[in-house]
Design a binder for this molecule. Structure first.
Ligand code: PEP
Ligand code: MN
Length: 269
């Protein structure tokens, strides 16, 4: 299925008014929705739309390294869907288990994110593939922190698409160990390798790769230079007021707008 020569090579994935591969596709929004301050998310959603994003992202349930850190809150699911209503844009959230999966699908989440920590969780990948087989849901599959060769990433995607819904986006997001001062080892450079072996669009996440807002614009442009079809960027109306990764990683809407504009220019060269 993932073979470039398969029938699916001509399959078009459409979301947020964009056909993947026809113009640069952008997902942007919070790392984490703060259920106590929903207005930040509503303001961010409006601002990322204005900046040119096509999908609003917002973490409802969060995989945290420290079990005592905020783990997300199901109340944020309503906030996410309200932001979709207000902006008219589709939304993306990570699901970490089958309970989240059911709740997210029942709520109408348009794009399911599979995080780096679950990208090798084959039973979850299978459950997602089964659950969306008859739907037009899109999956953003992050590359595992520890994923080895490209084929392992493509095989993980295959677990989902083999059930019949081919709307999958491959998302390099950096691997461990990190490169010097970066959060992870930026891996946007695997984009051409993925595109050689698979027909699936590649949407790079520069935010988790470099882990610091100041480096995100350069990593975004690098991803586009390598041939990425899209970007997934953390952005917050007021990063210092954010939670999760947002204080460190999120771009302000102004920087996001500039990054999208420059990335689009480079993409169309
Ligand atoms: C995220 O997108 O906020 C996230 C937790 O990503 P990853 O799974 O790539 O760490
Ligand atoms: Mn994050």
């Amino acid at each position: 299925l993932m073979d470039r020569r398969s029938d699916l090579a001509t399959h078009e994935i459409k979301l947020g008014g964009v056909t993947l591969g026809k113009e640069l596709f952008v997902i942007a929004g919070h790392c984490t929705i703060d259920p106590k301050n929903p207005n930040y998310f509503y303001e961010t959603a409006a601002a990322v739309k204005e900046a040119g994003a096509h999908v609003v992202r917002g973490g409802v349930w969060k995989p945290r390294t420290n079990p005592y850190s905020f783990q997300g809150d199901v109340k944020s699911l309503d906030i996410l869907m309200e932001a979709s209503q207000r902006t008219g844009l589709p939304v993306d959230a990570e699901v970490m288990d089958e309970e989240h999966l059911k709740m997210a699908l029942d709520a109408g989440v348009h794009m399911l994110q599979i995080g780096a920590r679950n990208a090798l969780n084959y039973s979850l990948l299978r459950a997602i593939g089964k659950a969306i087989a008859e739907r037009d849901t899109v999956v953003l599959l992050k590359r595992s922190i520890h994923m080895g060769p490209i084929d392992e990433f493509i095989a993980a995607a295959e677990y989902i698409v083999s059930f019949g819904n081919p709307n999958i986006l491959l998302c390099p997001r950096g691997t461990k160990p990190g490169l010097d001062g970066y959060r992870n080892h930026p891996d946007e450079s695997i984009t051409p390798l993925l595109k050689e072996k698979s027909w699936a669009p590649v949407v790079v996440d520069p935010s988790h790769s470099v882990g610091k807002a100041a480096y995100v614009p350069a990593c975004s442009l690098a991803a586009v230079a390598y041939g990425a079809d899209g970007l997934c960027i953390e952005s917050h109306i007021d990063p210092a007021k954010g939670i999760g990764d947002d204080p460190k990683q999120a771009l302000t809407p102004a920087v996001l707008a500039e990054t999208i504009q420059q990335s689009k220019q480079l993409w169309s060269l």
